[in-house]
Ligand binder design. Structure first.
Ligand SMILES: CC(C)(COP(=O)(O)OP(=O)(O)OC[C@H]1O[C@@H](n2cnc3c(N)ncnc32)[C@H](O)[C@@H]1OP(=O)(O)O)[C@@H](O)C(=O)NCCC(=O)NCCS
Length: 178
């Protein structure tokens, strides 16, 4: 397994893997029409091009040989409910193909991402995670992220009968290494 940073030339493949992994994970929870809108609003090619061109966003691919197993999207952002010290990064997306789940690859990828950010002097990493996403929450908690008790609205669509709300988790490196 190896990791490489995506460039603007990867916009199409990023859009494709973002759509396929998001679909595998979430399609069953949403109304089909709304889900299609959410996909376009989130992962359309122009959006992926803009993300890759933005100086405040970084995308990494996890690969096995030539095959892209998943991706992570990091961006320099903060929102209410996140109070860790600057410099700060959001782990906005961490997605692996379903066929790659459960074999330690997510842990490998996250370890690499956190070590990379820490070595660059980043002090806070935060993310939003759906309360029912037991696997992701387990992974984040095992790696030192803590539930801040705050939430944000992930989308304006419904997840089943519920509003699409994420719990906000943050990891402050100084605290975990103190
Ligand atoms: C979340 C994701 C990245 C984890 O990667 P993975 O390769 O499946 O996970 P790993 O095999 O590396 O497991 C790492 C840890 O995750 C947690 N975990 C994994 N499967 C779990 C499960 N079924 N239940 C609870 N925790 C689980 C455990 O803490 C596990 O550590 P352990 O094996 O020592 O117990 C991956 O499953 C994924 O892409 N899921 C779909 C997209 C997604 O939900 N992304 C997160 C959005 S916030």
């Amino acid at each position: 397994m190896h990791i490489r940073q995506a460039t603007l030339a990867d916009a199409e493949i990023l859009s494709r893997i973002a759509i396929s992994t998001f679909t595998e994970t979430w399609e069953r929870y949403y109304n089909p029409q709304e889900f299609q809108k959410l996909l376009v609003e989130s992962f359309d090619l122009p959006l992926m091009q803009a993300a890759l061109a933005s100086p405040s966003t970084e995308v990494y691919f996890l690969l096995e040989g030539d095959e892209i197993l998943g991706y992570a999207l990091l961006r320099n952002s903060r929102e209410p409910g996140i109070d860790g010290p600057d410099p700060i990064m959001e782990l906005q997306r961490l997605y692996l193909a379903k066929s790659a789940h459960g074999g330690g690859r997510g842990q490998y990828f996250l370890t690499w991402l956190l070590e990379t950010l820490k070595s660059r002097g980043i002090r806070t990493v935060w993310l939003g995670v759906w309360q029912g996403n037991v696997r992701a929450k387990g992974l984040y908690e095992k790696n030192g992220f803590r539930d801040t008790g705050n939430t944000h609205l992930f989308s304006n669509y419904k997840l089943g009968d519920y509003d699409d709300i994420d719990q906000l988790y943050q990891l402050v490196f100084d605290e975990t290494t103190a």
